[in-house]
Design a protein around this ligand. Structure first.
Ligand code: HEM
Length: 169
């Protein structure tokens, strides 16, 4: 593993770069979606619709995949199997949910052209800011979160038997 250690700062830089593109896209796209107003005329509608669609497919989705892939690589290289990291992953789930909502809305706007009420950007932007501030606080302050309280039955062997043989060392 020692040959890969000098690469850690580069992977971290790439991670931060990809997530900057991802988060910037999640700020921009709901604002662009709010401009999908039929009153702007067909050619402007088509232009904005194409820009939203291509931005989603060719910029923010690849950036999201690469941010998650580089982050997952960093977990193993930096061995951060810690409480704050798992809390961060829960919040990243929130970011993925906002991403999916944006994609869903882009498809809805495309398929209901002329009748669709464009959603306002305020709510998704507020949700995004809350999630990103939470993630950055966790990742930069790295708070000591202690053990997650789990019920006893999850922590003790239950004496069950797997339906196949497990090789013993
Ligand atoms: C599944 C997704 C993600 C995974 C698995 C992941 C994992 C990681 C890991 C393991 C590190 C290195 C931590 C260390 O060296 O102590 C890191 C750094 C970082 N991550 Fe993520 N991350 C993910 C998504 C995100 C997102 C969405 C954001 C922000 C919106 C973010 C912000 C950061 C920042 C700012 C750093 C640099 C922290 C530092 O150098 O102290 N990450 N990430």
């Amino acid at each position: 593993m020692s040959w890969i250690e000098p690469l850690i700062p580069h992977i971290k830089t790439a991670h931060v770069g990809f997530l900057a593109i991802w988060v910037a896209g999640l700020v921009a796209l709901p604002r662009m979606l709010a401009r999908h107003d039929p009153a702007i005329g067909q050619s402007d509608f088509t232009r904005i619709r194409h820009a939203t669609h291509y931005g989603y497919v060719w910029a923010i989705t690849p950036a999201a995949v690469l941010a998650i892939a580089s982050g997952t690589t960093l977990i193993f290289l930096r061995e951060v199997f810690t409480g704050w990291m798992f809390a961060k992953l829960v919040l990243v789930g929130g970011l993925v949910a906002i991403h999916a909502w944006v994609g869903h809305t882009i498809v809805k706007v495309a398929e209901t052209e002329g009748t669709h009420e464009p959603p306002g950007p305020l709510l998704p932007t507020l949700a995004l800011v809350a999630v990103v501030v939470g993630i950055l606080t966790l990742v930069l302050a790295k708070p000591e979160l202690g053990e997650v309280a789990l019920p006893g039955w999850l922590l003790e062997p239950r004496g069950g038997q797997l339906p196949f043989d497990v090789p013993r060392r």
